[in-house]
Design a protein around this ligand. Structure first.
Ligand code: F6P
Length: 549
């Protein structure tokens, strides 16, 4: 049945007519158990979701929505290796990459686990040789720098995890990530490394991505100018891809290629050979811990009842705000400097998965889908964009993410960090009403007229929803669980909205147009008929190339 026809959807709308007027201050006053009721723990992750505009009745209706929308069946289909990516006729079986049990995982009857394990073993053997210093460059020196060349899912996951787990990084290996085709990034990186001791990893699922291949060719030319011998490439370039032919056409020996498969979506690929930079940085043991954490979350997601299922609950809360309150964005605010790339990572995960306007059947939706995901380090955000979150006109639910463990922190710092995180969530919940604002101003000794004039600016509505996610500690296992939590949350939202969360056709048009425009910028193609604005921009560039300003 169509989403908006479901009984639970209609019941939620009628429930919403009351819920929109609730203030969370009253909800907390009315129910002293609230912080216990809306609390879940699993895999060393604690979720406090009590600071949401919900009651137990709201959750009952949302869970009914999940049942009626077929969430349980969708989860089962994913784990069964069904081709749930219907536009590309592919399974979405990234859970097999971190299946640490001895159970098979099948696609069309074939157990994919032997090949998953075999690639993991190859990665581990290679990583061990590089890390131990056995793998030598063309001048017989150990590798000191790893440059990953890739973009989107072939960049963000490894980059985010390597930064998050910097405390576990190999002391000799400096990790660099080049994604942009703006040569400034590659130039800057090459300035900092030496050809003799640098390993380049070219990561691309398709091995056709313009930005990655351009950077890869430039890096190889740079390397050959220094090494002077083509055989040296084999000691310094490896590839990760699903496209063996394109990799060997590029000139990388297939024995230096680490494979993955079409049933691994780019944005879900850090668990595959795409995670090679991660394994090089943190080692096999820690990489396996990352997989273990994700696997624990997978089992929880597959087996826990919907009402105690962390990804399902997070997904339903999101739906409550997006579809009923009209919240168009969602903020990720990590209170951990090492997690500062997490918002960017989740941005791709969510917006590329559910930024869709038609259902799996190809019918336009008549409800909102993915929100705009944004965010940054929470402590920095407090002094920048939080103003809008507190007093602006938009409601953006926020995920506060922090860890309980202060080991590794300088004395006193971790408490200040957590105090701020808890305080912000409290402020978003309670706000400050006019009476409180007046009282605060009066204490400062201001004249009554001035108190009255200023109080309007000092009022915070509060009632702004947030989730608090606390990790026992930021280590490979907890990070693995955290990432898998978001992957599954997004999948559940896609199921409720009836979307295919595993394709990304929306990125194609710009790529095709860029090819045509490139031909014109390089005078290889005649001007095409197009809008006056784009034509003018192309002409401007071509003119300035001959007559620089
Ligand atoms: O353009 C979007 C996209 O296809 C992403 O989905 C993907 O993660 C990224 O580009 C990189 O693609 P590839 O790994 O094939 O180079």
């Amino acid at each position: 049945m169509h989403l908006t026809e479901l009984p639970s959807w209609k019941a939620l709308w009628s429930h919403f007519t009351h819920a929109r007027d609730w203030h969370m201050r009253q909800l907390f006053e009315a129910d002293p158990q609230r912080a216990r009721t809306f609390w879940l723990e699993h895999c060393g992750l604690r979720l406090d979701y009590s600071k949401n505009r919900i009651t137990t009745q709201t959750m009952t209706l949302l869970l009914q929505l999940a049942r009626e929308a077929g969430v349980a069946e969708g989860i089962a289909a994913m784990f069964a290796g069904e081709r749930i990516n219907t536009t590309e006729h592919r399974a979405a079986l990234h859970v097999a990459l971190r299946n640490r049990s001895d159970q098979p995982m099948r696609i069309d009857g074939e157990d994919v686990m032997p090949k998953v394990r075999s690639v993991l073993e190859r990665m581990a053997a290679f990583a061990s040789r590089v890390r131990s210093g056995q793998w030598l460059g063309y001048t017989h020196q150990p590798i000191t720098d790893v440059v990953n060349i890739g973009i989107g899912g072939s960049d963000l996951g490894s980059l985010m995890v390597c930064q998050a787990l910097r405390a576990h990084a190999h002391p000799r290996l400096d990790m660099h990530f080049v994604s942009s085709v703006d040569s400034a990034q590659l130039k800057e990186t090459l300035r900092r490394v030496h050809a003799e001791t640098t390993l380049f990893i070219i990561e691309s699922k398709t091995f056709t991505t313009q930005e990655t291949l351009t950077n890869a060719h430039t890096a190889r030319d740079w390397f050959l100018r220094r090494a002077q011998e083509p055989q040296a490439v084999a000691r310094h370039f490896v590839a990760v891809s699903t496209n063996l032919k394109a990799v060997s056409d590029f000139g990388i020996d297939p024995s230096n290629m680490f494979e993955f498969w079409d049933w691994v979506g780019g944005r879900f690929s850090l668990w595959s050979a795409i995670g090679l930079p991660i394994m090089l940085s943190i080692g096999e043991h820690n990489f396996l811990e990352l997989l273990e954490g994700a696997h624990a979350m997978d089992l929880h997601f597959r087996d826990a009842p919907l009402e105690r299922n962390l990804p399902v609950v997070l997904a339903l809360l999101g739906i409550w705000y997006i579809n009923f309150f009209g919240a168009g964005s969602h903020v990720i605010a990590p209170y951990d400097q090492f997690l500062h790339r997490l918002p960017a990572y989740i941005q791709q995960l969510d917006m590329e998965s559910n930024g869709k306007r038609v259902t799996r059947e190809g019918r336009p939706v008549d409800y909102e889908t993915a929100p705009i995901i944004w965010g940054d380090s929470g402590i920095n955000g407090q002094h920048a964009f939080f103003q809008l979150l507190h007093q602006g006109t938009h409601i953006s639910p926020i995920d506060f993410i922090g860890s309980l463990d202060s080991r590794g922190s300088l004395p006193g710092h971790h408490e200040i960090l957590l105090a701020n995180m808890f305080a912000q969530a409290e402020a978003f919940l309670r706000g400050r009403d006019a009476a409180e604002a007046r009282a605060e101003l009066a204490v400062q000794g201001l004249a009554p007229a001035e108190v009255e004039r200023l109080q309007a600016f000092k009022v915070f509505d509060g009632n702004r929803p947030s989730n608090t996610l606390l990790l026992d500690r930021l280590d490979p296992r907890h990070l693995g669980a955290l990432i898998a939590l978001y992957e599954h949350k997004i999948f559940v939202q896609g199921l409720v909205w009836g979307l295919n969360s595993f394709d990304q056709w929306g990125v194609e048009l710009g790529k095709q147009l860029a090819q045509a425009i490139l031909g014109e910028l390089r005078d290889e193609l005649p001007p095409a008929a197009r809008d006056a604005s784009t034509t003018r921009l192309i002409e401007l560039y071509r003119r300035q190339r001959t007559q620089p300003c």
